[in-house]
Design a protein around this ligand. Structure first.
Ligand code: SF4
Length: 1006
């Protein structure tokens, strides 16, 4: 039209930012047009208002959100909100109201007209209209507009100033499939002002195809309002035959399929993760083999959220530059998560884990508070030693206690105290105080004051230099700086929105943090920062964002039932019946459940100019079969193409591998790496080793050096656990339960660093009950005197419980008093039951030690002489010198005869032998465990043993128990010295106290 006039003023209106970029690129390829401006409708309204001399502040999304909330609050305060009162503060409700208000405004429906049209409608609708009214009043009072309101004003300016856009010679509207009444009204007003108005719409003479449903409606609306003279453009001729067939025949009833060739491909992937990966591999192949540029390629999904993380990960691995148009969730950025942790500290009363996270975070320079590298570990040890759970007082008291404590010398078999003490503990206490001083927010303030305080905490002068810290890690700096900028924008928007409120309330710090958290949760950011919009990148977007933009190569993901077409759901605030009633009264609303998703699919697949890939997952996240979308089938009706099926372990031609790791994974599947890839030799060897490890761990039975047999360590183990080593029965029982458990907990001495919790743990409970029983029996002269025993129980228990928290290191729970009373009652019952159980036996030794400072028990076993030590809880004797050995237990697991027979309980027999042979207290006759809290003896009694081994050996009574114990001790010691630590979950599952369960590949829950 304007050929030969490059300076002509041309405005082009497109639906999206990407559409604008694409149009500019196409203009540049076609030779450019100096006078062309490419805009979206919002930009168009702004331009019109500027030309009309109207400069009105336009509220962005965050401001709109706050103003809607304020409108809801003010209606509630005036008792004009009843129906929605219960949900009035929910973020989802506020967002829904904001969306409906925007819809009313796009329909050019003012609040008064809506209220009038509603008449005697139910409160659900009238209250929504009232919220709209109050919101609009708020905007009007301030002299602000929202985006749609700017459109209203622009339309009015165009109607009042008929010459306003005379200078625009050509206005092109391109890439739309529908227009809102507001957009149509703007075009109507522009039509008589600009030199020429050209609207391009998809379609042909016959618009009856299902693919055209939405276009057809739009054609009719445009025709009704603008009365244009339609011109039919010739169809594009450059597309491959299969893509032309899709464009012309998709959803047509009478199509004959054509061959898809290499231009159209269908791919069925096992999971959505694999789908994302395969789409990127296909794109990479198009770039490398078909000479496309990354910016020529697009990945589109009906809903990008399930794919976003997978796409990022695969793009990084394949070294493909990508642009995810919707960005990433701001709350998932580690710098932002760390900042929110920091700001929550005073609110949540300085909980242990949160404080440790803050102190160890690389995003904060806490040097000014006196905290340095490694202090997080010191504080963690301090918290564990001093049982700090939360609260500045607990931190102060705990560190003060440690500052005064003298670290005890480490005893054999005990881990030395690692908690900070002395000057270190004092320095840490000062540092926590200084940190608390800097993190003391105002209890209540204006939102802007809270925001300024937060920004100060992030800065260099008064704060923790977050930006400087983020810059110090170059590989993550662009991502984190972009996120920090997005956070600042969110804070600015909150401040701005408060200024926009007529009577802003003062907020508590908690309310402010809730506001900030809500804003962060709703925000996204581009991890590549400004780079996102530079350079050539693969475009990744959802269907709405990809409207109207053609690409040479398009991959469309998510072609599965339930994903596309999306299930239509009734709008609970404005149902389709409500809408139809309002449409009957002449309002320009649209039914929501009207499905024209075939048009959306048609638009998506016709974005492809040269290559098209459709993918679908065939298994749901729950592992069930996932049916294809009906549109998948529709496409196959017009194009002959056999879908390829891909599983994670599918073979791939090595030349198809899109990254080094993928190439290695494929070579592993084949079992060899071709010579051409010699430079990957090192990685290949590592991968082969990794595969062998994995195979060993997945084998049914643990076997071999990759799953617990450490023959290499045998010489050192023979030395460490040689004839001089004194074993404890408990450790050997651990080995008998699971060999790897022994290796991790006893040989390597790894322990789980459990978080301190309120209350005592099972080991602390056991210590308290043992101490009480020992002292009660020690106090009385005659253990048969039950009355005397019961009488001494109270005072003894009182004394033990009184300093148990400090001495054993636990923080009493609020139930401590009640727990104590319950434990005393359990002990009283147990004293009664022990009295009844005595039957002529009386205590002759309590807490009797052997093999610790004196002579050990020596057992002759198949592994040679084995030495043992221990502390026997109690040895009773009868008048004939016959001994009964008792071991107190606070838990009651594994105390059956089978545990004795199968070598899981050795202790009671070994203690009996020690009482007889080392302590020389008499002749061993009986032995049992005593379940303190059940007040009964265990079913396991050594004198009751009657067991035949698989080899036919019979073991009976005390002598049999001693022989059996000797056999097991010999086996276990031989196994330990040989380095046999193969993991095998004990019968009934792995114990909660096995530290290996956090990483063990054979873990089975109990
Ligand atoms: S987790 Fe289970 S199998 Fe693994 S070491 Fe512990 S007890 Fe053995």
């Amino acid at each position: 039209m304007l050929a030969g006039r490059p300076l002509a003023t041309v405005w082009v209106v497109v639906p999206t930012r990407t559409g604008a970029e694409s149009f500019r690129r196409r203009l540049a390829v076609a030779g450019g047009a100096m006078g062309a401006s490419v805009l979206r409708f919002d930009d168009l309204y702004t331009e019109v208002l500027a030309l009309a001399g109207q400069f009105i502040p336009v509220a962005d999304e965050a401001v709109v959100h706050r103003m809607v909330r304020s409108a809801i609050d003010s209606l509630h305060a005036r008792a004009r909100l009843a129906y929605y009162t219960p949900i009035r503060r929910s973020p989802g409700f506020v967002r829904a109201m904001a969306e409906h208000i925007a819809e009313f405004k796009r329909a050019m429906l003012p609040p008064d007209q809506l209220l009038e049209a509603l008449g005697e409608a139910p409160p659900r609708l009238r209250e929504m209209a009232a919220i709209y009214h109050a919101y609009q009043e708020g905007l009007r009072t301030l002299g602000w507009a929202d985006r749609e309101g700017a459109g209203w004003l622009a339309v009015r300016a165009l109607q009042n100033l008929p010459e306003l856009l005379r200078s625009v010679e050509l206005l092109i509207v391109d890439g739309f499939d529908s227009f809102s009444p507001l957009q149509l009204e703007a075009l109507h007003a522009l039509r008589t002002q600009v030199g020429a108005l050209r609207i391009t719409l998809c379609g042909e003479h016959d618009m009856s195809r299902a693919a055209y449903r939405r276009f057809d409606r739009t054609h009719r609306m445009v025709t009704r309002r603008l009365a244009p003279e339609p011109v039919m453009l010739p169809p594009a001729t450059m597309r491959p035959a299969a893509l032309t067939q899709i464009e012309r025949r998709l959803f047509a009833a009478d199509s004959q399929p054509v061959d898809g060739g290499r231009e159209v491909m269908l791919l069925e992937a096992q999971t959505q993760a694999l789908e994302a990966r395969e789409a990127l591999r296909w794109i990479k192949a198009r770039i490398q083999r078909d000479d496309l540029d990354p910016s020529d390629c697009a990945i589109i999904a009906p809903d990008l959220r399930p794919y976003q993380a997978y796409l990022r990960e695969a793009a990084r691995e394949f070294e493909l530059p990508v642009r995810l148009v919707l960005g990433d969730a701001l709350a998932t950025n580690p710098a932002i998560a760390a900042i929110l942790n920091l700001l929550q500290l005073p609110l949540l009363e300085w909980p242990r884990r949160l404080l440790l996270n803050v102190v160890s975070s690389p995003y904060f320079d806490l040097g000014r508070c006196g905290l340095v590298d490694g202090d997080a570990l010191e504080l963690e040890e301090a918290a564990r030693a001093a049982q700090v759970i939360r609260g500045l007082d607990q931190w102060r008291d705990g560190l003060a206690m440690l500052a005064e404590a003298v670290p005890p010398a480490a005893e054999e078999d005990e881990t030395p105290l690692r908690a900070p003490s002395g000057a270190t503990a004092r320095r840490l206490a000062d540092a926590i105080d200084r940190l608390a001083d800097r993190l003391r927010p105002a209890a209540e303030a204006a939102l802007a004051e809270h925001a300024a305080w937060v920004l100060e905490r992030l800065g260099d002068a008064e704060g923790f230099a977050v930006e400087r810290q983020a810059r110090a890690v170059p590989e993550n700096a662009p991502r984190d700086l972009a996120a920090l900028e997005a956070l600042r924008q969110q804070i600015d928007a909150l401040v701005l929105s408060e200024r926009a409120l007529p009577n802003p309330l003062r907020l508590t710090y908690r309310e402010f943090i809730d506001e900030l958290q809500g804003a962060v949760n709703a925000a996204t950011y581009q991890p590549e920062g400004e780079q996102t919009w530079r350079g050539s990148r693969v475009y990744i977007a959802d269907l709405a964002q990809a409207r109207g933009v053609p690409f040479p190569a398009v991959a469309l993901l998510g072609m599965a039932e339930g994903l596309f077409p999306r299930p239509l759901r009734e709008d609970p605030f404005l149902t389709d019946n409500d809408r139809l009633a309002l449409i009957d009264r002449g309002l320009h609303l649209e039914p929501r459940l009207r499905s024209d998703q075939q048009t959306v699919f048609y638009e998506a697949v016709t974005r492809a100019e040269r290559f098209l890939l459709l993918t679908r997952p065939y298994l749901s996240p729950e592992g069930e079969a996932w049916e294809p979308s009906p549109y998948w089938q529709a496409l196959r009706e017009v194009v002959r193409v056999e879908p390829q099926k891909v599983r994670s372990e599918s073979w791939l031609a090595l030349a198809e591998a899109a990254s080094r790791s993928e190439l290695i994974a494929q070579a592993l599947l084949r079992g060899s790496l071709p010579e051409d890839y010699e430079e990957l030799g090192g990685t290949w060897r590592e991968a082969q080793h990794a595969r062998r490890v994995l195979e060993a761990r997945l084998a049914r039975q643990a076997e071999g050096e990759l799953d617990g047999r450490t023959a290499d360590l045998a010489p050192r183990l023979r030395e460490a656990y040689g004839p001089q080593h004194v074993f404890s029965p408990g450790r050997l029982e651990t080995y008998g339960g699971c060999r790897f458990h022994f290796f991790i907990q006893k040989a390597l001495e790894l322990e789980e660093l459990a978080d301190p919790e309120e209350g005592f743990d099972p080991a602390q409970l056991g210590t308290m009950l043992h101490e009480i029983l020992e002292e009660v029996y020690a106090r009385v002269t005659d253990a048969a005197n039950l009355e005397a025993l019961i009488e001494s129980l109270g005072p003894v228990a009182e004394r033990v419980f009184a300093d148990a928290p400090r001495r054993l290191g636990f923080r009493p729970s609020p139930l401590w008093e009640a727990e104590r009373a319950g434990l005393v009652e359990d002990l009283r019952q147990t004293l009664h039951a022990l009295h009844a159980y005595a039957s002529g036996f009386h205590p002759v030794a309590l807490e009797a030690r052997f093999g610790m400072d004196g002579e050990p028990l020596r057992l002759a076993t198949q592994a040679g002489e084995v030495r043992l030590h221990g502390i026997v809880d109690r040895v009773d004797a009868d008048a004939g010198g016959r001994l009964r050995v008792i071991d107190y237990k606070t838990g009651s697991s594994r105390l059956a005869m089978r545990d004795l027979e199968e070598g899981r309980r050795l202790q009671i027999t070994i203690y009996g032998l020690a009482a007889e042979q080392v302590l020389k207290l008499g002749t061993l006759a009986e032995g049992a465990y005593w379940k303190i809290r059940q007040a009964e003896a265990s079913a396991l009694k050594i004198e009751a043993l009657d067991f035949e081994s698989q080899g036919g050996q019979r073991y009976t009574g005390v002598t049999g128990a001693a022989d059996l114990a000797r056999e097991y001790v010999g086996q276990y010691v031989a196994g330990i010295r040989a380095g046999d630590f193969r993991p095998a979950p004990p019968e009934g599952g792995c114990p909660a106290y096995c530290p290996a369960r956090l990483f063990c590949w054979r873990y089975e829950p109990a």
